[in-house]
Design a protein around this ligand. Structure first.
Ligand code: ATP
Length: 577
């Protein structure tokens, strides 16, 4: 019946609007029964009991009041359900966003951005009809027919029994059809997320596609995926129409049986007119909620499918939070030691790191060098706690990093990635992201230290100039300076630095290095070195090859050994890894 346990648990957290909605719907049904009785009374007086004509104005007035009440109650029921749905969707959206941010970049990197965005937006929105229509309707379709049957049974046992016997056929058919439709709805949802992922991928890589003359063939594959989505949508719609038709049929046949047997008994004089009329009016209303449940069934299935995408993300992040909740706060400046660490990426058949051991001594600079794919970024991600070791441990002081609070650990880190991300907002806000409570003086000092002063002075609106996506264009070197300024603002004891591979002009390069050297002073630094020339002064250089540390030492000791480091320095002239 599309009753996802996790969605129901969510409703239990905020049950009031839903309970109110169902109660209002039940009262609306009572008003409907009263309305039916008043109509019967009025018609009976008009045609069969002229002697009671004096009571007619009272019945008409009561009919007007009850009709108004019923309309108001139905409106209130729908409004409460919509309010409950709004609260739950907001709650789920917040939890999902928090879960994604808690799971971090290694999680987002493992998912296609487009499909993640679809889950976050359309997935949560797909739950609106589930919460606001399908779920209340489930209760209404039990309570309302129940109330109507209770009103009919004491007046006419036969009609009541026919209603009670035919009613279960509707949910029975719904379950049978639902089972067939479940897979199709799932397929439709998967096609949608796949299509979104593919589309975003294509948009982001449009330059590359154009350059290689592949944009047309890629447009073809978008067409193919859209066609798959269209086919799966049509399949789902076919089932939805089929289920509506079946349920309508059951409702119509049930109504017809009641009408025929009532007509026959009325003609035979076995039933009085008022009771017969009362039952005839109420019978379609008896089937109505069940029919509506049929039309909302599709919304229920879509909600359940979306939930299957949403909840695994929240549950995965809950696991990591449970672990973090028991954690201690991180101690201050301490050596950080990799103790026999191994790591295999999920889904990969080989280990990215195998039995790695080294120590970052406080206040020193350690450089990681090695060919592409050696495991340098994996080391950095382990330190950033975007991922955790598959075996071995990382120790800070005497505490296992896994037992410390992740946020408090990350607060002690300044990270300069290879491609710093600039948000579509002012340059000032882009900098303050590193420390939102920084004073104006601290911000200006960081800008000075990073050598960004003249760049910002020349921007049309200074610090308020919008940069990032579609904002003022910013060069790779300037973006790197923004990252350095962020690190100055962060003022964290542990500095992780992924050197940019692109060459800037020598003058800019020199001034970037100056800023970096100033930043590295008195901090524990780990640098992924792509330009070997920049790490000659490092306190320790670790050579990483194929997931193993194959050599370590200073520049002077390593250059004397016949290994990767010496050959890399010789082949690149000390300029590139
Ligand atoms: N998300 C991932 N899933 C599966 N395997 C991965 C993933 N990320 C990296 N790897 C693999 O792990 C190994 C180490 O990769 P890593 O990115 O750490 O190397 P690297 O030394 O930083 O390379 P580069 O200098 O080119 O950035 C490689 O074999 C890579 O293919």
């Amino acid at each position: 019946m599309n009753l996802d346990r996790r969605l129901i648990t969510l409703v239990r957290e905020h049950p009031v609007p839903f309970v109110t909605s169902v109660i209002a719907a039940v009262f609306a049904t009572l008003a409907l029964i009263a309305q039916a009785w008043l109509i019967c009374r009025t018609v009976t007086i008009l045609f069969l009991e002229p002697s009671s004509m004096a009571d007619l104005p009272v019945f008409l007035a009561a009919f007007g009041i009850v009709s108004l009440l019923k309309t108001a109650l139905n409106w209130y029921s729908a409004r409460e359900a919509a309010r409950g749905s709004e609260t739950l969707r907001q709650l789920l959206h917040n939890r999902l966003t928090a879960a994604i941010s808690r799971l971090g970049p290694s999680f987002t990197a493992s998912r296609r951005s487009g499909s993640l965005a679809t889950t976050l937006q359309q997935g949560v929105e797909a739950l609106d009809p589930y919460f606001s229509q399908y779920l209340p309707q489930l209760f209404i379709s039990v309570l309302v027919p129940g109330a109507i049957a209770a009103a009919i049974l004491p007046r006419d046992l036969l009609s009541g029994t026919i209603l009670l016997c035919t009613a279960p056929l509707i949910p029975l058919f719904m379950i049978l059809i639902g089972k067939a439709a479940q897979n199709m709805t799932r397929q439709q949802w998967q096609s949608l997320t796949r299509m979104s992922g593919h589309f975003l991928d294509m948009l982001q890589g449009l330059t590359t596609l154009k350059l290689f003359g592949q944009s047309r063939s890629r447009a073809g594959s978008i067409e193919e995926i859209s066609e798959q989505f269209r086919t799966s949508t049509m399949n789902v719609l076919k089932i939805a129409f089929l289920s509506s038709l079946t349920l309508e049929l059951v409702g119509t046949i049930g109504t017809a049986i009641i009408a025929v047997q009532i007509g026959l008994r009325l003609m035979a004089g076995a039933l009085d007119f008022q009771t017969a009329f009362f039952i005839i009016i109420l019978t379609p209303e008896f089937y109505q909620p069940l029919r509506q449940l049929g039309t909302k069934f599709h919304a229920g299935m879509e909600g359940s499918s979306a939930a299957e995408d949403i909840f695994p993300i929240i549950e995965a992040s809950e696991e990591s939070r449970t672990q973090a909740a028991a954690d201690a706060l991180v101690d201050d400046a301490q050596p950080v030691t990799f103790n026999d660490v191994s790591f295999t990426h999920p889904g990969s058949d080989h280990a990215a790191l195998q039995h790695i051991s080294f120590t970052l001594e406080p206040g020193t600079t350690t450089a990681l060098v090695g060919p592409s794919g050696a495991g340098k970024t994996t080391c950095m991600n382990l330190l950033l706690r975007f991922i955790s070791p598959s075996a071995g441990s990382i120790i800070t002081g005497t505490t296992d990093l896994a037992e410390t609070d992740r946020q408090s650990w990350q607060n002690r880190i300044a990270w300069i990635p290879q491609h710093p991300w600039l948000f579509h907002t002012s340059i000032g806000e882009n900098l303050l992201i590193a420390r939102p409570d920084a004073s104006r003086e601290e911000l200006m000092q960081a800008i000075d230290n990073a050598g960004l002063h003249s760049f910002i002075e020349n921007l049309p609106d200074g610090l308020d100039t919008v940069v990032g996506e579609q904002g003022t264009a910013i060069s790779g070197g300037e973006a790197q300076r923004v990252a350095i300024a962020r690190a100055f603002l962060r003022n964290a004891p542990l500095l992780l630095l992924d050197e940019p591979t692109s060459h800037t002009d020598p003058e800019l390069e020199e001034s970037l290095q100056l800023s970096l050297r100033q930043l590295m002073q008195n901090r524990t630094t780990l640098v992924i070195a792509h330009r070997l020339s920049t790490i000659m002064d490092a306190d320790a250089i670790l050579v990483l090859e194929n997931g193993h540390i194959t050599a370590s030492g200073t520049h002077d000791t390593l250059i004397r050994q016949n290994g990767y480091y010496r050959s890399a320095v010789r082949t690149t002239g000390g300029n590139d890894s």
